[in-house]
Design a protein around this ligand. Structure first.
Ligand SMILES: [Zn+2]
Length: 156
């Protein structure tokens, strides 16, 4: 059991200071007045504590304060709290997964350099050709320039 005056700590950052927010359930309906489309439908509100880092504190069920007839909705609050905490816990793995598909600045620069080199090499003989058939050479030249991009990206 935790001592009476021992501060609660954030499960994520270990912080000891929290702010309290009031939770309610809301519904939406059409309204012409600003903010009037979202209105509270819960019969009772609940206070939870959020760490400065943004992590909601997950208390024991008794830690969610509520007014009269709040016992049923406390379960709902605890479920929503768990969803939020679980969702936040997935963020680091989501970010690292995104990182797998990111091309580094160096990789991108080397691909651009390789493509430029290929285009320059291919561009030289094509530039000599216009003397024969100017109209056809233009299409050949652009086709030759477009092709190297495919094998270069496959190499990666
Ligand atoms: Zn925290």
């Amino acid at each position: 059991m935790q001592q009476v005056n021992q501060p609660i700590t954030c499960h994520v950052c270990g912080g000891e200071w929290f702010y309290e927010v009031t939770l309610q359930q809301y519904a939406s309906m059409y309204s012409a007045s600003p903010g009037g489309d979202i209105h509270p439908i819960s019969t009772t509100s609940h206070q939870i504590r959020i760490c400065i880092c943004g992590q909601p504190f997950q208390p024991n069920i008794g830690g969610v304060r509520s007014g009269r007839s709040g016992s049923v909705s406390v379960t709902g609050v605890m479920e929503s709290l768990k969803k939020a905490v679980d969702s936040r816990a997935q963020v680091p793995s989501m970010v690292s997964k995104m990182g797998e598909d990111v091309v580094s600045r160096e990789e991108f620069a080397s691909v651009v350099q390789a493509l430029t080199l290929q285009m320059e090499t291919l561009g030289t003989p094509a530039a000599e050709a216009p003397a024969e058939k100017p109209a056809k050479t233009t299409t050949k030249k652009s086709a030759a320039k477009a092709e190297p991009a495919v094998p270069a990206t496959e190499e990666k």
